[in-house]
Design a protein around this ligand. Structure first.
Ligand SMILES: [Zn+2]
Length: 321
C-alpha cells in the first residue's frame, strides 16, 4: 500500500477571506481519480475553466505562487499544496470562485484539519517518486546569496536559512529536518505566513493585502517586533513557514523527492525554478514507480499519515491572534 496514489474520501467545502482581495471566497475540494494530479476550476469565470497545477503552470511568484494565465489564474495555492504533501494526496479537483485561495490562518493546519474530517482514499494506481542522483542548483543571478539546490541523499531532508537583517525579531534562522509528510505535519504545518508592518502599509497604499490581518499572518514591526498579541506558535515559526512554502511549491512536481533540499534566502521564484530544473535535469531512470520491494526501502519517503491522530503534535485549536 506504500506506493499507491491517494485522494480525499469525500468532498470538502469551506470559505474564507483572500489576503489581497479582501473578498470572501468559497472553495470545494473534490476527490479525483488516479493520475489526475491537482486541477483548479474557476467557477466564477465564463465556461468555468480548469487550470492544472503543475511546475510549468506557475507564471507569477511575486507575493505568492500563481498558476494559470492572465485570463484565468489562481494564486496563493502553496499552503494548500503543502497540506496535500502532508497527507500524501496526489489527486484533487479544487473549485474556487476567485483568483486567490482563502488565506485562513496563514498556515496549512486548516487544510489538514479539513482533510482529516473527510478522510483519505487509497487508489489502485501506484505513484512515482523522484530520486536525486546529482546536485541540481538554482542561484538568483542578481543576488547570489539567494540559492536553492537539491543533493543526492539516502534520507529525504530539507534545510532552510532565512536572514532578515533589517527586522531583528525575524533575524537569521536556520533549520534542517526530515523532508517527510510526518515531519511536515508535526514541525512545519502550523507555521503562519509573516510580513513586515512597514510592507503592509505600503501594500495597503497600492490596494493590496486588503484581507490581511493578525488573524491570518504574523505581523512584525522593525521597531516593535512581533505585533500579534499571543506571540509566535514556535521560536522558529518564520523559517518553518518558508520551509512550508518550499514544500508546497515543490509538491507541484506531484511526487515525493528523495534528496536533500538546501535553500538559502530563497522564495517562491527559486522554489519553482528548482522544481523546473529537477524535471529538466533528472534522467528518466530517476523518476519511477517503485516496486513493492523498493517502496519498503523508501518507507520514510512514502509513509503518509491517514489521520491527524498519527501526528505527535496537537494541531487542532491552535491559538490565533
Ligand atoms: Zn506562505
Amino acid at each position: 500500500m506504500l506506493n499507491f496514489q491517494r485522494t480525499l474520501k469525500r468532498s470538502v467545502s469551506f470559505s474564507g477571506v483572500g489576503v489581497h482581495s479582501g473578498s470572501v471566497i468559497s472553495v470545494e475540494i473534490r476527490p479525483a481519480s488516479a493520475n489526475t494530479g491537482f486541477v483548479f476550476q474557476r467557477t466564477d469565470l465564463p465556461n468555468k475553466p480548469y487550470i492544472k497545477a503543475d511546475v510549468n503552470s506557475v507564471f507569477d511568484t511575486t507575493l505568492a505562487t500563481r498558476i494559470g494565465s492572465l485570463e484565468a489564474s489562481v494564486s496563493t495555492i502553496e499552503h494548500l499544496m503543502a497540506a496535500f504533501f502532508g497527507f500524501g494526496i496526489d489527486n484533487a479537483i479544487i473549485s474556487i470562485n476567485n483568483s486567490e485561495m482563502p488565506i485562513l490562518d496563514g498556515s496549512s493546519v486548516p487544510f489538514l484539519t479539513l482533510f482529516d474530517e473527510v478522510g483519505i482514499e487509497v487508489l489502485k494506481e501506484p505513484r512515482k517518486v523522484v530520486v536525486i542522483e546529482k546536485v541540481i542548483e538554482v542561484v538568483d543571478e542578481k543576488n547570489p546569496s539567494r540559492f536553492i539546490r537539491v543533493e543526492p541523499s539516502k534520507k529525504p531532508l530539507i534545510s532552510y536559512v532565512i536572514d532578515f537583517a533589517g527586522a531583528a525579531a525575524i533575524g537569521r534562522q536556520s533549520i534542517s529536518m526530515n523532508y517527510t509528510a510526518k515531519a511536515f505535519c508535526e514541525e512545519f504545518s502550523f507555521a503562519r505566513t509573516f510580513c513586515l508592518k512597514e510592507d503592509i502599509d505600503y501594500m495597503h497604499s497600492r490596494g493590496l493585502a486588503k484581507g490581511g490581518s493578525m488573524e491570518n499572518a504574523i505581523v512584525v514591526s522593525k521597531t516593535e517586533g512581533v505585533m500579534n498579541r499571543q506571540g509566535l506558535r514556535n521560536d522558529q515559526e518564520f523559517v518553518k513557514h518558508k520551509t512550508l512554502d518550499c514544500i508546497g511549491d515543490l509538491h507541484m512536481l506531484g511526487m515525493p523527492i528523495l534528496g536533500h533540499v538546501i535553500a538559502h534566502k530563497a522564495g517562491h521564484d527559486l522554489h519553482n525554478k528548482l522544481a523546473r530544473a529537477i524535471l529538466a535535469e533528472v534522467s528518466c531512470r530517476s523518476i519511477f514507480v517503485p516496486s513493492a520491494k523498493e517502496a519498503a526501502r523508501l518507507k520514510a519517503l512514502l509513509s503518509f499519515p491517514k489521520s491527524l491522530s498519527e501526528i505527535e503534535r496537537n494541531l487542532i485549536g491552535l491559538a490565533i491572534g
